[in-house]
Design a protein. Sequence first.
Length: 401
Amino acid sequence: MTKSIDVLRARKETIACDDIIHFNNAGASLMPVPVSEALHGYLRSEERIGGYETAEKYSESLERVYSVAAKLISCSPKEIAFVENATRAWDLAFYSFKFKPGDKILTTVAEYGSNVIAYLQQARRFGVEVNFVPNDESGQIDIEALRNLIDDKVKLISITHIPTGGGLVNPAVEVGKIARSANIPFILDSCQGVGQIPIDVDAIGCDILCTTGRKFLRGPRGTGLLYVRKELIERLEPPMLDQHAAELITPYEYKICQDAKRFENWEQFFAGKYALSVAIDYALSWGIESIKQRIYSLANLLRKKLSQIDSIEITDEGIEKCGIVTFTSGNIAPREIKQALATYKINVSTAKGSGSLVSFSARGLTEVVRASIHYFNTEEEIDYFIDILKTIVLKKHNKCK
């Protein structure tokens, strides 16, 4: 049974709520007070007693990130690595695979641009074939098409759970079933999923998952997590090792770490690591299912109100839509909308460029406005946002007459 979110408390513990409307949680959310205090407290300790000494003082707290992250996504702490960001976490896992000419990688039309660049780089190096699985009529990955593309040349299925440029939630569980039945490793990029929706890596069936701390987990920037299923860890040697990930045992031999820490570096953002563990605890205290229901409800309300503005076109795809709401206007460019909203202290972002290029190219889009909701946002903020947006669009329309 889910519990309702105490919105007043959530906003009290999010000090910027007094000054701004933050609809850019898919970019970087606002740290709540307990997380900010943890981060600053750790940095103050480094200032006062030294970096190494602070790490020793906080050693048990720093280790907690593995247990709380494991609780968050339902895995073992030994399957978790702390990495400086989700892209680097994803890279460390992906570049551990040894491809041969003729091998195939299956991915989605809505794949994140950085991941596509990595696929194409390996295609150049090793003659790998990159296949984009078509979408179904709703805009999500077509499960039947994926099933039909499986053959003995497919060595990896790698998809983005929730794309950066839209509200789509890809059916990861269905993808996982296909991957498991075919015994093909499955990477899930869930940067926009973890903290927004419940994640159970066993239920999903993914072998690797990456996420970031700064988005829906409301942690600090410069923090990320990598999950690697224990059965796969020993088969993957990261492209880079140091004396944290491995141990030099003779002048000519080393022994690699036996758990997911083989994907880590010795030097880390320790203050961020500690604050991320607090952020995960904080999210779990609200309940991830409760967070999801609150976010989805607000996002659906925003879509409904946007649909009532004549010049606005909602660009979200998929059967299941999350807290990321994207749209365009026939009257004004997305970046102009973002800039105009900022003058009213409303934060949104735009999605453009290579991040969504494959999907946007297929749909005839170049840039969209991205408004992303979190549980501390309110219906009143949405109403105000809509009123201001109408003013901006109407003003531009009148100037163009």
